[in-house]
Write a protein that binds this ligand. Structure first.
Ligand SMILES: Cc1cc2nc3c(=O)[nH]c(=O)nc-3n(C[C@H](O)[C@H](O)[C@H](O)COP(=O)(O)OP(=O)(O)OC[C@H]3O[C@@H](n4cnc5c(N)ncnc54)[C@H](O)[C@@H]3O)c2cc1C
Length: 361
């Protein structure tokens, strides 16, 4: 018998081309338990297509996008002093599939996504997201922040704000889409968010925010939730408020924030994360501020923050998430292996970024 080629033997098995949905029959079984039969039957072709995409096209796009990270430009082609972020076409395609074709950020907020007349339940969204993120995690951050921002706005925002911004946040046409972001972390306020130093100053009918935000993923998003402390408010988390920061002001001019630089990250390199700005000021007409004080009746937005960030609050979501987390690797031969390499990259990025900040300008 001819001995096996030692080089071929040493090579890692290649999962490219595997349909990540079909390769994981236990996953389909789990979804049949948690989705209404009619909805499961309706979504089945979408699961199958996304499983095929994640095993092939999305995987290739993610690799290309990771090798071609976004670039921050300071001026337009005609010389105007206007910052903009150039993203590789592979990343744009990843966005198109997630926001556009699958409507993952919109499906919880309105009907009509994937041909289903009502908003889709969270379990459907995360079932699709679970397939998508096995290929691409970077674009999932803006996706999740857009979805969470829409959710926070719908739940706590002034009706006028909801009317103004929700349609853009739930678009599937990328040219009309407003993406969301969350500018929370500061150099001295990460886990200890109560140490937030950004100030919010009321000026007539406007709020002006002062401060630096240290880690702003989806840095060029059209809308961001920003955490700041109104002057005179209590120390710690109790005194914090949440503001809605539009990139563009109502008169069509750019809001007064600046990206200092994009982060050098080890993971999610295709998605722009930025340090925002030494002299960051944001003029927010009061009509554009999240009405956190009015909603909670006190200068604390902790419940709003929690609602915004934990986008998986329903029992079925938690159950599914727990069930997914506790699946033994053998039940999902492809997924967990791919997940873990991404997760390792993320962890490595988290461990390293503090050093990166200290060593780069
Ligand atoms: C890829 C990426 C994208 C990000 N995007 C955004 C974004 O869009 N918007 C945003 O606002 N932020 C963003 N962040 C920042 C992120 O929210 C913070 O990194 C996070 O809140 C942790 O804060 P920190 O990094 O300052 O870590 P620290 O709070 O300094 O923690 C460092 C270490 O100390 C541990 N630690 C902290 N406190 C305690 C304690 N009391 N007891 C025991 N251990 C403790 C932590 O577990 C951690 O291991 C992003 C980060 C990454 C890596």
């Amino acid at each position: 018998m001819k001995p096996a080629d030692p080089v071929a033997q040493a090579a890692l098995p290649d999962s490219r081309g595997i349909n990540l949905f079909n390769a994981d029959p236990d996953y389909a079984g789990l979804l049949r338990l948690y989705l209404e039969p009619k909805l499961y039957a309706h979504l089945l072709p979408h699961f199958e297509r996304l499983g095929a995409l994640a095993g092939d096209e999305l995987d290739k796009l993610a690799a290309t996008a990771d090798r071609n990270p976004p670039v921050l430009h300071q001026r337009t082609r005609s010389g105007e002093d206007r910052q903009w972020i150039e993203k590789h076409p592979a990343y744009r395609r990843l966005e198109e599939i997630a926001f556009g074709e699958y409507g993952l950020a919109a499906m919880s907020h309105r009907g009509g996504v994937l041909g289903w007349p009502a908003p889709l339940p969270p379990v459907a969204k995360y079932a699709l997201t679970y397939l998508y993120v096995q290929a691409e995690f970077g674009a999932c951050c803006p996706l999740s922040m857009t979805d969470s921002l829409a959710r926070t706005l719908r739940k706590f925002g002034d009706p006028a704000l909801v009317a103004r911004y929700l349609p853009g946040l739930t678009q599937q046409d990328l040219d009309a889409l407003t993406q969301g972001a969350m500018f929370i972390t500061e150099q001295g306020a990460g886990s200890d968010v109560g140490a937030t130093a950004a100030r919010a100053v009321r000026e007539g009918d406007a709020w002006r925010l002062y401060g630096d935000k240290w880690f702003c993923s989806n840095a060029d998003a059209g809308l961001a939730l920003v955490l700041a402390r109104p002057d005179g408010a209590a120390a710690g988390t109790k005194g914090l408020s949440l503001f809605l920061l539009p990139k563009m002001l109502p008169d069509g001019s750019l809001n007064h924030t600046r990206i200092v630089r994009l982060k050098e990250k080890l993971g999610t390199r295709d998605m722009p994360s930025a340090l925002r700005s030494g002299a960051y000021t944001s003029r927010l007409p009061s009509a554009y501020c999240a009405r956190s004080h009015a909603v909670t009746g006190r200068p604390s937005t902790s419940p709003i923050l929690i609602a915004g960030f934990s986008n998986s609050r329903t029992k079925s979501e938690r159950t599914l998430a727990a069930a997914m987390g506790s699946l033994p690797a053998s039940t999902s031969p492809v997924g967990p292996a791919r997940w873990s390499s991404r997760a390792v990259t993320e962890l490595a990025a988290r461990a390293r970024w503090a050093r990166v900040f200290l060593t780069t300008t």
